[in-house]
Design a protein around this ligand. Structure first.
Ligand SMILES: Cc1ncc(COP(=O)(O)O)c(C=O)c1O
Length: 412
């Protein structure tokens, strides 16, 4: 699959130069794969030498329309020549339009724009706190789920239910309770009058592509209402078209609406943009001056996101179809390769649970021109662009079939 590009490369450096500069000058917090990307087109990216890779991880779920999508490239070019940034001191023509678009798609009333998933979660936590404080000083407890992931800031880490992310930063926010993610009884036991809010991912992403059970989500909504707590659905990984619906909670029939929904990753196709969408009850927790963001909701990001939503409207059925086809082909592989324990997911958010660590398979996949990653040690994660075709899936399956046939459990 690694074929060289015919056109001349504009690469000005080498992989070794890039790596050595980074080793010297960057904080050593990332364990990067040995690959430097140079350009992309459709679902494919190219490295410095022009080798081509089918991208099934799309910048961890961000490059929703793949690379160099003509409509996205066009609006970025146009807007770059007009106005990139205004701050929120002034109006511009796209923020209100995008808020309307997201409000209508989500079933919620109002939006606040920021720059990342973590920043959206911080804002949601502030809303929970402000909502509780307005009722009573003791109403400050937050419930979250084991195995969840909500971001890297101190607030978001405080409700991230995986000790490995939290351990170096304790003590974090007080008053957070974690419950096992499908345990309805534990959920009931965790709620009381001091509960100000609860957060959950409808499909846990970083935790290994685990969908919550419908009874769990419905019970959480019921308990949040009973105890006057705000319920947050973190749709940063499982939302904005990825599950084949606009948002993950719309997979449930009838839909369970949150008080607060946060989203980010795919919305502006690689331009940083996050959103907090809320109903009027949650909106009432924030008064003028209580929250803000310098870059949030700038004209470039909002305009790109409006274009993205126009394209997404037509893509949703295809996401369901090609996602279903991908899972069907993976399930077929699971029948033939005993190292595959389970295939999970919805739409184009797919996890393949293995008997052992998938780290080596990710590296082997790269050598075969296929990009995906491994989360939670044993789960291969696929978050491809929404423009993936059945032919792309066939290509990927041929490579995966070969990888699974030769995969070996790590020694020890
Ligand atoms: C469910 C979820 N919440 C929050 C975040 C944090 O988002 P960001 O990395 O944009 O800050 C992520 C990132 O992977 C996520 O998957």
């Amino acid at each position: 699959m690694s074929t060289a590009l015919p056109e001349e490369s504009l690469v000005t450096t080498t992989f070794e130069e890039i790596k050595s500069l980074e080793q010297q000058y960057l904080l050593q917090n990332y364990a990067r794969y040995p690959l430097a990307l140079h350009r992309g087109k459709g679902c494919y990216v190219y490295d410095l030498d022009g080798n081509r890779y089918l991208d099934l991880i799309s910048g961890i779920g961000v490059n929703s329309l793949g690379y160099a999508h003509p409509r996205i490239t066009k609006v970025i070019r146009q807007q770059a020549g007009l106005l990139l940034h205004t701050s929120n001191l002034y109006y511009h023509e796209f923020q209100g339009k995008l808020a309307e678009r997201i409000a209508k798609a989500s079933g919620l009333a109002r939006c606040f724009f920021c720059n990342s998933g973590t920043e959206a979660m911080e804002g949601a936590l502030k809303m929970i706190k402000a909502h509780g404080n307005a009722i009573s000083p003791s109403k400050h407890e937050i419930i979250s789920l084991d195995n969840s992931f909500h971001g890297r800031s101190l607030g978001a880490l405080s409700i991230t239910g995986q000790p490995k992310y939290r351990k170096d930063f304790e003590p974090l926010l007080p008053g957070v309770k974690f419950v096992p993610f499908r345990d309805v009884r534990a959920l009931e036991a965790a709620f009381n009058e001091n509960t100000a809010g609860i957060a959950m991912e409808i499909i846990q992403g970083e935790g290994g592509i685990y969908p919550l059970s419908e009874p769990f989500v419905r019970k959480a909504r019921e308990l949040a209402d009973r105890y006057n707590a705000l319920i947050v659905f973190d749709e940063i990984q499982c939302g904005v078209g990825r599950p084949g619906t606009y948002f993950g909670y719309q997979l449930l029939e009838p839909v369970v609406l949150p008080d607060i929904m946060i989203a980010a990753k795919p919305m502006a196709c690689g331009i940083p943009l996050g959103v907090i969408a809320v109903n009027e009850k949650a909106a009432a927790s924030i008064k003028a001056g209580m929250h803000g963001s310098t870059y949030g909701g700038g004209p470039l990001a909002c305009r790109v996101a409006l274009e993205f939503f126009d394209i997404l409207d037509e893509l949703l059925p295809a996401i369901q179809d090609v996602g279903g086809y991908f899972r069907m082909r993976l399930t077929d592989l699971a029948r033939r390769h005993s190292l595959i324990k389970e295939v999970r997911g919805q739409g184009l958010m797919i996890g393949v649970e293995l008997e052992f660590s998938g780290k080596q398979l990710v590296l082997d996949g790269m050598k075969e021109g296929l990009l995906f990653n491994c989360t939670h040690d044993t789960v291969l994660r696929f978050l491809p662009p929404y423009i993936l075709s059945e032919q792309d899936v066939d290509r990927a399956i041929a490579v995966l079939d070969k990888l699974f046939a030769t995969a070996q459990a790590p020694a020890g």
